[in-house]
Write a protein that binds this ligand. Sequence first.
Ligand code: NAD
Length: 511
Amino acid sequence: MLPSCRFGFIMRERARLFVRGMSRVLLEKLNYVGGSRVDVMSSEKFHVVEPATGNIMTTAGVSGAEDVENVVKSGVKGFQKWSRLSGPERGIVMHKAASLIQQRVDEIAELESRDCGKPMWENKGDILFAADTVGFYAGLAANLHGEHFQLAGGSFAYTRREPLGVCAGIGAWNYPFQTACWKMAPALACGNSMVYKPSPLAPLSSVVLGEILLEAGVPPGVFNVVQGNADTGKMLASHPSIAKVSFTGSVATGKKVMEVASGGVKPVTLELGGKSPLIVFEDADLSNAVSGALLGNYMAQGECCTNGTRVFVQKQVKKLFVEQAVERVKHLRVGNPLLNDTQLGAVISLQHRDKVVSYVDSARKEGAVVLCGGEIFTPPDSRLSGGFYVSPCVIDECTDNMKAVREEIFGPVMCILEFETEEEVISRANDTEFGLAAGVFTNNLQRAHRVIAGLQAGMCWVNNYNVQPPQIPFGGYKQSGFGRENGEVALSYYSQLKTVYVEMGDVDSPY
Ligand code: NAD
């Protein structure tokens, strides 16, 4: 982030350029308010850097108090229109939005790859998944309902599921478009409007989402985007007209958001970090277990909150597991996220690259054995020489108290730990402040469910990892947060219940 910048002609011209191959995506006026792109009023700016090259793609404004005020006002107006539509009417518009996202998948995926460094094929999957999520909530919008209670004397009560108002969404940089959709879709299905603040490290695709929603028929002001930093997020979360805050990011920031929201007694959903265990028993299909561990460590260059970065392998099969894992990891292709055969792209920033590598160094110093990767990598293509790449890493001989085993690295680093008994591994897996996800590989049915029941994690997988269809609820235990995204249950986090008692007889009053 830059405190305040002077930008010359070249920078302004550059900002006007369209992203290569994406004729409809403009890289300027990155606040989206009342159905239009607008400039930020504050003079403070930040660079939007392309992780693959280290080049500056454009600059954006850091929204200040006036910008936040305007965007929230727009959200209030949007709410007045949108909340008056029936659920089925909202559903029709949202179905159209899902279909428009599908139609523009290549273009959004390319924008996203340039903005956050993740390979194109992976982003295409994320964008299609985001479209599925919007379609899923479009269906639920048509079916929002309350309950009916038959009471004594013919009286009855019923509940109405009503929207909250203007909801704030605050997102991280690793799944920018998808995170915006995970928050927007249930919010809009319930009749709320949303002001979304993306991470300044990946701010571009949420503006495109705003344009798509408008094209689908969502009224102006129902989905707005405000760009900025921590202060912008704080102003948004504490704004008196914001009814709810849905936050995705680190534990440290989540605590601050919760504190600020408590001032207005606002409901909060927190999707925070993790250090998830992936447990491989000796009876597991080893090839599948290795595939699961790779999915759980190298998706999004390891920048995935659910990643199973503590891989516990039972003693009898550990040697074989490690051999197979290292053989496959050594052949992973790191490089240009825009190329089809790239498996890992660039990590988000120079600082983040150095942080990831420093965790590998710390593990080595504490006695672990680095079997491959964990180094700064420079792709042969000279255009990528300024990019932020880390070679995928496997660390063996890890122990529970090492820094790399306890803290979230958020990079392509798999830590392998050996265990002997089921009881032991459950206790070690739970020995963390986090509780986002967990995985178990075993062919013993009873053991699978027994172990899962003992694990303190909100999202668990048996014999797979990092699969997340929109129908199933997602969220953390312990310091990984609370509230749920996805699934029907998310509707309850974007709505409030009104209970109505209806008297069918006379009032029986003692007064
Ligand atoms: P971060 O906490 O630094 O920032 C997240 C967002 O919060 C950004 O938009 C940022 O500008 C904003 N922000 C920062 N300070 C704020 C404040 N005081 N008040 C309001 N908003 C503020 O996180 P990050 O580095 O962008 O993302 C990485 C983290 O996100 C990792 O810990 C990862 O595990 C977590 N994450 C969790 C999930 C999940 O679903 N559980 C998903 C993705 C990422």
